[in-house]
Write a protein that binds this ligand. Structure first.
Ligand code: CTP
Length: 474
Protein backbone atom coordinates (compact mmCIF):
# COMPACT_ATOMS: atom_id res chain seq x y z
CA UNK A 1 0.00 0.00 0.00
CA UNK A 2 1.39 3.33 -0.98
CA UNK A 3 0.18 6.60 0.30
CA UNK A 4 -0.17 9.95 -1.45
CA UNK A 5 1.69 11.77 1.32
CA UNK A 6 4.51 9.21 1.12
CA UNK A 7 4.78 9.29 -2.67
CA UNK A 8 4.69 13.07 -2.89
CA UNK A 9 7.61 13.51 -0.52
CA UNK A 10 10.82 13.83 -2.57
CA UNK A 11 13.11 13.13 0.40
CA UNK A 12 12.37 9.40 0.17
CA UNK A 13 13.68 9.13 -3.42
CA UNK A 14 16.81 11.01 -2.37
CA UNK A 15 17.40 8.66 0.60
CA UNK A 16 16.76 5.71 -1.69
CA UNK A 17 19.43 6.86 -4.16
CA UNK A 18 22.01 7.65 -1.47
CA UNK A 19 21.43 4.30 0.30
CA UNK A 20 21.77 2.45 -3.02
CA UNK A 21 25.08 4.15 -3.78
CA UNK A 22 26.31 3.27 -0.28
CA UNK A 23 25.18 -0.35 -0.72
CA UNK A 24 22.80 -0.37 2.29
CA UNK A 25 19.07 -0.82 2.73
CA UNK A 26 16.91 1.96 4.20
CA UNK A 27 13.28 2.11 5.37
CA UNK A 28 10.84 4.71 6.68
CA UNK A 29 9.56 3.45 10.01
CA UNK A 30 7.46 4.33 13.04
CA UNK A 31 5.02 7.18 13.54
CA UNK A 32 5.25 8.49 9.97
CA UNK A 33 4.12 5.18 8.46
CA UNK A 34 1.42 4.74 11.10
CA UNK A 35 0.09 8.23 10.41
CA UNK A 36 0.06 7.62 6.62
CA UNK A 37 -2.44 4.81 7.27
CA UNK A 38 -4.43 6.93 9.71
CA UNK A 39 -4.32 9.90 7.32
CA UNK A 40 -2.94 12.08 10.07
CA UNK A 41 -0.27 14.61 9.34
CA UNK A 42 3.11 13.69 10.83
CA UNK A 43 5.92 16.21 10.71
CA UNK A 44 8.74 13.93 11.81
CA UNK A 45 10.21 11.13 9.74
CA UNK A 46 12.25 8.23 11.12
CA UNK A 47 14.52 6.33 8.76
CA UNK A 48 16.16 3.09 9.75
CA UNK A 49 19.23 1.90 7.86
CA UNK A 50 20.71 -1.59 7.78
CA UNK A 51 24.13 -0.05 8.27
CA UNK A 52 25.27 3.31 9.60
CA UNK A 53 22.38 5.75 10.06
CA UNK A 54 24.84 8.55 10.72
CA UNK A 55 26.68 8.00 7.43
CA UNK A 56 23.49 8.01 5.32
CA UNK A 57 22.07 11.02 7.19
CA UNK A 58 25.28 12.98 6.57
CA UNK A 59 25.24 12.16 2.86
CA UNK A 60 21.53 12.95 2.39
CA UNK A 61 21.91 16.21 4.33
CA UNK A 62 24.73 17.08 1.93
CA UNK A 63 22.49 16.50 -1.09
CA UNK A 64 19.63 18.64 0.28
CA UNK A 65 22.06 21.22 1.73
CA UNK A 66 20.86 20.94 5.30
CA UNK A 67 22.95 20.97 8.49
CA UNK A 68 23.17 17.55 10.10
CA UNK A 69 23.27 17.02 13.87
CA UNK A 70 24.92 13.82 15.01
CA UNK A 71 24.21 12.06 18.34
CA UNK A 72 27.15 9.67 18.37
CA UNK A 73 26.25 8.06 21.69
CA UNK A 74 22.83 7.01 20.35
CA UNK A 75 24.06 6.21 16.84
CA UNK A 76 21.55 8.66 15.39
CA UNK A 77 21.67 11.79 13.24
CA UNK A 78 19.04 14.26 12.12
CA UNK A 79 18.48 17.28 9.93
CA UNK A 80 15.58 19.54 9.00
CA UNK A 81 14.09 19.51 5.56
CA UNK A 82 11.06 21.51 4.38
CA UNK A 83 9.87 22.00 7.98
CA UNK A 84 10.24 18.32 8.87
CA UNK A 85 12.69 16.66 11.24
CA UNK A 86 14.29 13.68 9.57
CA UNK A 87 16.03 11.27 11.91
CA UNK A 88 18.27 8.36 10.91
CA UNK A 89 19.24 5.38 13.00
CA UNK A 90 21.08 2.14 12.25
CA UNK A 91 18.94 -1.02 12.64
CA UNK A 92 19.83 -2.67 15.93
CA UNK A 93 19.27 -5.94 17.64
CA UNK A 94 19.67 -6.84 21.24
CA UNK A 95 21.35 -9.98 22.46
CA UNK A 96 22.24 -11.27 25.87
CA UNK A 97 25.58 -12.69 26.83
CA UNK A 98 25.52 -15.64 29.18
CA UNK A 99 27.78 -13.88 31.68
CA UNK A 100 25.79 -10.67 31.85
CA UNK A 101 22.17 -9.67 32.27
CA UNK A 102 22.80 -6.43 30.44
CA UNK A 103 21.89 -6.50 26.77
CA UNK A 104 24.49 -5.69 24.17
CA UNK A 105 23.24 -3.78 21.20
CA UNK A 106 24.58 -4.86 17.83
CA UNK A 107 23.87 -4.01 14.22
CA UNK A 108 20.81 -5.87 13.00
CA UNK A 109 18.26 -6.22 10.24
CA UNK A 110 15.05 -4.30 9.74
CA UNK A 111 13.09 -7.03 11.49
CA UNK A 112 15.45 -7.06 14.48
CA UNK A 113 14.78 -3.35 14.78
CA UNK A 114 11.00 -3.69 14.39
CA UNK A 115 10.92 -6.21 17.25
CA UNK A 116 12.49 -3.70 19.58
CA UNK A 117 9.90 -1.02 18.93
CA UNK A 118 7.07 -0.14 21.29
CA UNK A 119 3.85 -1.11 19.49
CA UNK A 120 2.89 -3.10 16.42
CA UNK A 121 1.30 0.04 14.96
CA UNK A 122 4.64 1.85 15.38
CA UNK A 123 6.72 -0.99 13.91
CA UNK A 124 5.44 -0.59 10.34
CA UNK A 125 8.00 0.27 7.68
CA UNK A 126 8.02 1.28 3.99
CA UNK A 127 10.90 0.06 1.86
CA UNK A 128 13.07 2.70 0.21
CA UNK A 129 14.79 0.22 -2.15
CA UNK A 130 14.38 1.00 -5.82
CA UNK A 131 13.10 -2.49 -6.63
CA UNK A 132 10.22 -2.46 -4.12
CA UNK A 133 9.95 1.23 -3.26
CA UNK A 134 7.05 1.85 -0.84
CA UNK A 135 6.47 -1.83 -0.05
CA UNK A 136 5.11 -2.32 3.45
CA UNK A 137 7.05 -4.45 5.94
CA UNK A 138 4.63 -5.51 8.67
CA UNK A 139 5.86 -8.65 10.45
CA UNK A 140 3.70 -8.05 13.58
CA UNK A 141 0.36 -7.34 11.92
CA UNK A 142 0.44 -3.65 12.74
CA UNK A 143 -2.03 -2.81 9.98
CA UNK A 144 -4.51 -5.33 11.38
CA UNK A 145 -4.12 -3.66 14.81
CA UNK A 146 -4.52 -0.22 13.25
CA UNK A 147 -7.77 -1.32 11.65
CA UNK A 148 -9.00 -2.94 14.86
CA UNK A 149 -7.89 0.06 16.96
CA UNK A 150 -5.56 -1.96 19.18
CA UNK A 151 -2.38 -1.11 21.05
CA UNK A 152 -0.22 -4.22 21.28
CA UNK A 153 3.50 -4.76 21.79
CA UNK A 154 5.47 -6.73 19.15
CA UNK A 155 7.10 -8.89 21.83
CA UNK A 156 5.91 -10.10 25.24
CA UNK A 157 4.74 -6.84 26.88
CA UNK A 158 6.93 -7.41 29.96
CA UNK A 159 9.98 -7.37 27.64
CA UNK A 160 8.88 -4.33 25.65
CA UNK A 161 7.96 -2.32 28.75
CA UNK A 162 11.10 -3.21 30.63
CA UNK A 163 13.15 -1.99 27.61
CA UNK A 164 11.69 1.46 28.27
CA UNK A 165 9.02 1.85 30.98
CA UNK A 166 7.86 5.13 29.43
CA UNK A 167 6.12 2.92 26.88
CA UNK A 168 3.52 2.09 29.55
CA UNK A 169 2.37 5.71 29.53
CA UNK A 170 2.85 5.93 25.77
CA UNK A 171 0.42 3.01 25.36
CA UNK A 172 -2.17 4.99 27.32
CA UNK A 173 -1.35 8.18 25.45
CA UNK A 174 -1.87 6.53 22.05
CA UNK A 175 -5.11 4.94 23.28
CA UNK A 176 -6.30 8.41 24.30
CA UNK A 177 -5.08 10.22 21.16
CA UNK A 178 -6.41 7.64 18.71
CA UNK A 179 -9.40 6.28 20.70
CA UNK A 180 -7.76 2.84 20.60
CA UNK A 181 -7.93 0.02 23.18
CA UNK A 182 -4.96 -1.58 24.86
CA UNK A 183 -5.00 -5.37 24.60
CA UNK A 184 -5.67 -7.08 27.97
CA UNK A 185 -2.25 -8.75 28.34
CA UNK A 186 -0.60 -5.36 27.85
CA UNK A 187 -2.88 -3.72 30.44
CA UNK A 188 -2.00 -6.45 32.93
CA UNK A 189 1.70 -6.02 32.19
CA UNK A 190 1.43 -2.26 32.76
CA UNK A 191 -0.24 -2.82 36.11
CA UNK A 192 2.40 -5.38 37.07
CA UNK A 193 5.31 -3.17 36.06
CA UNK A 194 3.97 0.16 37.38
CA UNK A 195 6.75 0.59 39.95
CA UNK A 196 9.26 0.67 37.07
CA UNK A 197 8.13 4.25 36.39
CA UNK A 198 10.51 5.19 39.21
CA UNK A 199 13.50 5.01 36.89
CA UNK A 200 12.08 7.57 34.44
CA UNK A 201 12.76 11.27 34.48
CA UNK A 202 9.69 13.25 35.53
CA UNK A 203 10.11 15.47 32.44
CA UNK A 204 9.47 12.52 30.11
CA UNK A 205 6.39 11.59 32.15
CA UNK A 206 4.95 15.10 32.11
CA UNK A 207 5.48 15.33 28.32
CA UNK A 208 3.25 12.29 27.96
CA UNK A 209 0.71 13.74 30.41
CA UNK A 210 0.51 16.86 28.27
CA UNK A 211 -0.22 14.70 25.23
CA UNK A 212 -2.95 12.81 27.11
CA UNK A 213 -4.51 16.10 28.18
CA UNK A 214 -4.33 17.41 24.62
CA UNK A 215 -6.08 14.35 23.19
CA UNK A 216 -9.66 14.76 21.93
CA UNK A 217 -11.19 13.07 25.00
CA UNK A 218 -8.58 13.18 27.77
CA UNK A 219 -10.73 11.13 30.17
CA UNK A 220 -9.88 8.02 28.11
CA UNK A 221 -6.21 8.32 29.05
CA UNK A 222 -6.80 9.61 32.58
CA UNK A 223 -9.13 6.70 33.35
CA UNK A 224 -6.60 4.21 31.95
CA UNK A 225 -3.87 5.73 34.13
CA UNK A 226 -6.09 5.08 37.15
CA UNK A 227 -7.16 1.58 36.04
CA UNK A 228 -3.56 0.48 35.49
CA UNK A 229 -2.58 2.05 38.84
CA UNK A 230 -0.06 4.34 37.18
CA UNK A 231 -1.93 7.41 38.43
CA UNK A 232 -0.95 6.94 42.10
CA UNK A 233 2.69 6.75 40.94
CA UNK A 234 2.45 9.94 38.88
CA UNK A 235 -0.31 12.13 40.31
CA UNK A 236 -1.54 10.62 43.60
CA UNK A 237 -3.56 13.79 44.25
CA UNK A 238 -5.85 12.83 41.36
CA UNK A 239 -6.28 9.24 42.57
CA UNK A 240 -7.34 10.57 45.97
CA UNK A 241 -10.37 12.21 44.36
CA UNK A 242 -11.84 8.77 43.78
CA UNK A 243 -14.67 7.31 45.81
CA UNK A 244 -17.93 8.23 47.45
CA UNK A 245 -18.31 8.32 51.22
CA UNK A 246 -21.72 7.81 52.81
CA UNK A 247 -22.94 9.16 56.16
CA UNK A 248 -26.58 8.93 57.26
CA UNK A 249 -27.45 7.70 53.78
CA UNK A 250 -26.00 10.84 52.21
CA UNK A 251 -23.16 10.60 49.70
CA UNK A 252 -21.20 13.21 47.75
CA UNK A 253 -20.31 13.01 44.09
CA UNK A 254 -17.28 10.98 43.01
CA UNK A 255 -14.82 13.78 42.45
CA UNK A 256 -12.61 11.68 40.20
CA UNK A 257 -15.43 10.98 37.75
CA UNK A 258 -16.53 14.61 38.04
CA UNK A 259 -13.01 15.91 37.33
CA UNK A 260 -12.70 13.72 34.23
CA UNK A 261 -16.02 15.04 32.98
CA UNK A 262 -14.88 18.63 33.53
CA UNK A 263 -11.62 17.99 31.63
CA UNK A 264 -13.59 16.53 28.71
CA UNK A 265 -16.03 19.46 28.79
CA UNK A 266 -13.14 21.93 28.65
CA UNK A 267 -11.48 19.89 25.87
CA UNK A 268 -14.61 20.32 23.76
CA UNK A 269 -14.30 24.09 24.04
CA UNK A 270 -10.57 24.79 24.06
CA UNK A 271 -7.19 23.42 22.95
CA UNK A 272 -5.40 25.38 25.66
CA UNK A 273 -3.22 22.81 27.45
CA UNK A 274 -3.02 24.89 30.63
CA UNK A 275 -6.76 25.40 30.82
CA UNK A 276 -7.04 21.61 30.61
CA UNK A 277 -4.51 21.33 33.44
CA UNK A 278 -6.62 23.76 35.47
CA UNK A 279 -9.65 21.54 34.83
CA UNK A 280 -7.70 18.48 35.99
CA UNK A 281 -6.59 20.20 39.18
CA UNK A 282 -9.63 22.37 39.96
CA UNK A 283 -10.96 20.16 42.77
CA UNK A 284 -7.60 18.92 44.02
CA UNK A 285 -8.27 20.51 47.43
CA UNK A 286 -11.48 18.54 48.01
CA UNK A 287 -10.18 15.42 49.82
CA UNK A 288 -8.41 17.59 52.38
CA UNK A 289 -11.39 19.85 53.06
CA UNK A 290 -14.16 17.25 53.05
CA UNK A 291 -16.43 17.40 56.14
CA UNK A 292 -19.83 16.00 56.96
CA UNK A 293 -22.05 18.55 58.67
CA UNK A 294 -25.30 16.92 59.84
CA UNK A 295 -27.41 19.98 59.06
CA UNK A 296 -26.11 20.56 55.50
CA UNK A 297 -24.47 17.31 54.43
CA UNK A 298 -21.07 17.12 52.72
CA UNK A 299 -19.05 20.31 52.43
CA UNK A 300 -15.68 21.17 50.91
CA UNK A 301 -15.14 24.62 52.36
CA UNK A 302 -12.15 26.52 50.93
CA UNK A 303 -11.19 23.71 48.60
CA UNK A 304 -10.51 26.41 46.00
CA UNK A 305 -7.87 28.07 48.20
CA UNK A 306 -6.35 24.81 49.45
CA UNK A 307 -6.30 23.48 45.87
CA UNK A 308 -4.55 26.60 44.57
CA UNK A 309 -1.93 26.21 47.30
CA UNK A 310 -1.28 22.62 46.17
CA UNK A 311 -0.61 23.55 42.53
CA UNK A 312 3.10 24.55 42.82
CA UNK A 313 3.86 21.28 44.66
CA UNK A 314 2.25 19.27 41.86
CA UNK A 315 4.19 21.16 39.20
CA UNK A 316 7.41 20.64 41.18
CA UNK A 317 6.69 16.93 41.59
CA UNK A 318 6.39 16.59 37.78
CA UNK A 319 9.42 18.85 37.17
CA UNK A 320 7.23 21.31 35.27
CA UNK A 321 8.56 24.87 35.41
CA UNK A 322 7.13 27.14 38.10
CA UNK A 323 6.45 29.92 35.61
CA UNK A 324 3.52 32.02 34.41
CA UNK A 325 1.72 28.85 33.18
CA UNK A 326 1.79 27.50 36.72
CA UNK A 327 0.50 30.82 38.06
CA UNK A 328 -2.29 30.78 35.46
CA UNK A 329 -3.37 27.26 36.53
CA UNK A 330 -3.16 28.29 40.18
CA UNK A 331 -5.26 31.38 39.57
CA UNK A 332 -7.99 29.45 37.75
CA UNK A 333 -8.10 26.79 40.49
CA UNK A 334 -8.42 29.55 43.07
CA UNK A 335 -11.15 31.44 41.20
CA UNK A 336 -13.13 28.51 39.81
CA UNK A 337 -16.08 28.95 42.20
CA UNK A 338 -16.31 32.71 41.93
CA UNK A 339 -18.56 33.19 38.89
CA UNK A 340 -21.23 30.80 40.16
CA UNK A 341 -20.88 31.98 43.76
CA UNK A 342 -21.79 35.47 42.59
CA UNK A 343 -25.31 34.31 41.99
CA UNK A 344 -25.92 33.12 45.52
CA UNK A 345 -26.58 36.74 46.43
CA UNK A 346 -27.86 39.31 44.06
CA UNK A 347 -25.39 39.84 41.20
CA UNK A 348 -24.19 43.36 41.88
CA UNK A 349 -22.07 45.39 39.52
CA UNK A 350 -19.36 45.73 42.11
CA UNK A 351 -19.08 41.95 42.65
CA UNK A 352 -18.76 41.52 38.89
CA UNK A 353 -16.14 44.29 38.71
CA UNK A 354 -14.13 42.54 41.45
CA UNK A 355 -14.27 39.27 39.54
CA UNK A 356 -13.11 41.03 36.36
CA UNK A 357 -10.34 42.71 38.29
CA UNK A 358 -9.13 39.44 39.86
CA UNK A 359 -9.35 37.37 36.68
CA UNK A 360 -8.02 40.04 34.30
CA UNK A 361 -7.35 38.69 30.82
CA UNK A 362 -8.09 35.15 31.98
CA UNK A 363 -11.79 35.88 32.58
CA UNK A 364 -12.92 34.07 29.41
CA UNK A 365 -10.92 30.95 30.31
CA UNK A 366 -12.30 31.11 33.85
CA UNK A 367 -15.83 31.23 32.48
CA UNK A 368 -15.07 28.23 30.23
CA UNK A 369 -13.82 26.28 33.24
CA UNK A 370 -16.75 27.37 35.36
CA UNK A 371 -19.28 26.30 32.75
CA UNK A 372 -17.47 22.97 32.29
CA UNK A 373 -17.70 22.46 36.05
CA UNK A 374 -21.51 22.27 35.91
CA UNK A 375 -22.03 18.52 36.05
CA UNK A 376 -24.70 16.68 37.97
CA UNK A 377 -26.86 13.63 37.54
CA UNK A 378 -29.76 15.81 38.57
CA UNK A 379 -31.04 17.66 35.49
CA UNK A 380 -32.81 20.29 37.63
CA UNK A 381 -29.55 21.20 39.36
CA UNK A 382 -27.77 21.46 36.00
CA UNK A 383 -30.52 23.68 34.62
CA UNK A 384 -30.46 25.96 37.64
CA UNK A 385 -26.68 26.34 37.48
CA UNK A 386 -26.74 26.95 33.75
CA UNK A 387 -29.34 29.66 34.25
CA UNK A 388 -27.22 31.32 36.97
CA UNK A 389 -24.13 31.01 34.82
CA UNK A 390 -25.89 32.72 31.91
CA UNK A 391 -26.90 35.57 34.23
CA UNK A 392 -23.32 36.12 35.35
CA UNK A 393 -22.11 36.00 31.77
CA UNK A 394 -24.63 38.62 30.72
CA UNK A 395 -23.71 40.81 33.67
CA UNK A 396 -20.03 40.50 32.78
CA UNK A 397 -20.74 41.80 29.30
CA UNK A 398 -22.75 44.75 30.65
CA UNK A 399 -20.12 45.74 33.19
CA UNK A 400 -17.35 45.33 30.62
CA UNK A 401 -19.16 47.72 28.31
CA UNK A 402 -19.54 50.32 31.06
CA UNK A 403 -16.17 50.16 32.81
CA UNK A 404 -12.83 49.02 31.50
CA UNK A 405 -11.93 46.81 34.44
CA UNK A 406 -10.49 43.77 32.67
CA UNK A 407 -6.98 45.19 32.53
CA UNK A 408 -7.48 47.58 35.35
CA UNK A 409 -4.77 50.20 35.77
CA UNK A 410 -5.19 52.49 38.70
CA UNK A 411 -5.62 56.04 37.32
CA UNK A 412 -3.72 57.25 40.38
CA UNK A 413 -0.07 56.20 40.39
CA UNK A 414 2.55 56.24 43.14
CA UNK A 415 4.53 58.88 41.23
CA UNK A 416 1.48 61.15 41.09
CA UNK A 417 1.02 60.94 44.86
CA UNK A 418 4.71 61.49 45.62
CA UNK A 419 4.83 64.52 43.36
CA UNK A 420 1.54 66.00 44.57
CA UNK A 421 2.50 65.78 48.25
CA UNK A 422 6.27 65.94 47.84
CA UNK A 423 6.80 62.75 49.82
CA UNK A 424 9.19 59.81 49.45
CA UNK A 425 7.94 56.22 48.95
CA UNK A 426 5.95 55.26 52.05
CA UNK A 427 3.06 53.07 53.28
CA UNK A 428 0.46 55.83 52.83
CA UNK A 429 0.95 55.77 49.04
CA UNK A 430 -0.17 52.12 48.90
CA UNK A 431 -3.13 52.89 51.17
CA UNK A 432 -4.27 55.79 49.01
CA UNK A 433 -4.03 53.78 45.80
CA UNK A 434 -5.96 50.90 47.38
CA UNK A 435 -8.66 53.32 48.53
CA UNK A 436 -9.09 54.73 45.04
CA UNK A 437 -9.07 51.24 43.46
CA UNK A 438 -11.77 49.99 45.85
CA UNK A 439 -13.93 53.03 45.17
CA UNK A 440 -13.77 52.29 41.44
CA UNK A 441 -14.46 48.58 41.87
CA UNK A 442 -17.36 49.35 44.24
CA UNK A 443 -18.78 51.76 41.70
CA UNK A 444 -18.50 54.81 43.98
CA UNK A 445 -16.59 56.73 41.31
CA UNK A 446 -16.03 56.14 37.62
CA UNK A 447 -12.84 54.66 36.22
CA UNK A 448 -11.20 57.89 35.03
CA UNK A 449 -8.32 60.16 36.09
CA UNK A 450 -10.43 63.21 36.98
CA UNK A 451 -12.67 61.44 39.49
CA UNK A 452 -9.83 59.30 40.82
CA UNK A 453 -7.57 62.30 41.38
CA UNK A 454 -10.32 64.23 43.17
CA UNK A 455 -11.00 61.28 45.46
CA UNK A 456 -7.30 60.87 46.13
CA UNK A 457 -7.06 64.52 47.25
CA UNK A 458 -10.09 64.19 49.46
CA UNK A 459 -8.75 61.05 51.13
CA UNK A 460 -5.21 62.47 51.46
CA UNK A 461 -6.69 65.41 53.31
CA UNK A 462 -8.42 63.04 55.75
CA UNK A 463 -5.15 61.15 56.23
CA UNK A 464 -3.36 64.39 57.00
CA UNK A 465 -1.12 64.10 53.95
CA UNK A 466 -2.02 67.57 52.73
CA UNK A 467 -0.16 69.01 55.74
CA UNK A 468 3.05 67.51 54.37
CA UNK A 469 2.43 69.12 50.99
CA UNK A 470 5.69 70.96 50.23
CA UNK A 471 4.00 73.43 47.91
CA UNK A 472 1.23 74.25 50.40
CA UNK A 473 3.87 75.16 53.02
CA UNK A 474 5.80 77.35 50.64
N1 CTP B 1 9.73 4.32 19.93
C1 CTP B 1 9.82 3.22 20.73
N2 CTP B 1 9.85 3.34 22.09
C2 CTP B 1 9.79 4.57 22.67
C3 CTP B 1 9.71 5.73 21.86
C4 CTP B 1 9.67 5.56 20.48
O1 CTP B 1 9.87 2.10 20.22
N3 CTP B 1 9.84 4.69 23.99
C5 CTP B 1 9.74 4.16 18.47
C6 CTP B 1 8.38 3.90 17.84
O2 CTP B 1 8.57 3.07 16.72
C7 CTP B 1 7.95 5.30 17.39
C8 CTP B 1 9.28 5.90 16.94
O3 CTP B 1 10.24 5.33 17.84
O4 CTP B 1 7.02 5.26 16.34
C9 CTP B 1 9.32 7.40 17.00
O5 CTP B 1 9.05 7.84 18.32
P1 CTP B 1 8.33 9.21 18.65
O6 CTP B 1 8.75 10.25 17.68
O7 CTP B 1 8.49 9.47 20.10
O8 CTP B 1 6.81 8.83 18.50
P2 CTP B 1 5.85 8.79 17.29
O9 CTP B 1 5.39 7.37 17.14
O10 CTP B 1 6.45 9.42 16.08
O11 CTP B 1 4.60 9.60 17.78
P3 CTP B 1 4.54 11.11 18.35
O12 CTP B 1 5.23 11.98 17.35
O13 CTP B 1 3.09 11.34 18.49
O14 CTP B 1 5.24 11.08 19.69
Amino acid sequence: MQNVEFLSNDIFRIVSQVAKEAGVRAYVIGGYVRDCFLQRHCKDIDIVVEGSGIEIATKVAGVVKSKVTVFKRFGTAMFRYKGMEIEFVGARKESYRADSRNPIVENGTLEDDQKRRDFTINALAFSLQEEDFGKLADPFNGVRDLQAGLIRTPLDPDTTYSDDPLRMIRAIRFASQLSFSIVPESLESIRRNRKRLDILSRERISDELHKILLSPKPSVGLRLLEETELMPEILPQISRLKGVEMVDGKGHKDNFAHTLQVVDNVAEKSDNLWLRWAALLHDIGKPQTKRFEPSVGWTFHSHDFIGARMVPGIFRQLKMPLNEKMRYVQKLVQLHLRPIALVQDEVTDSAVRRLLFDAGDDIDDLMTLCEADITSKNDRVVLKHRHNFAMVKQKLIEVEQKDAIRNFKNPVTGEMIMERYNIPPCREIGELKEYVKNAILDGKIENNVAQAYALMEQRAEEMGLGKRDGRADA
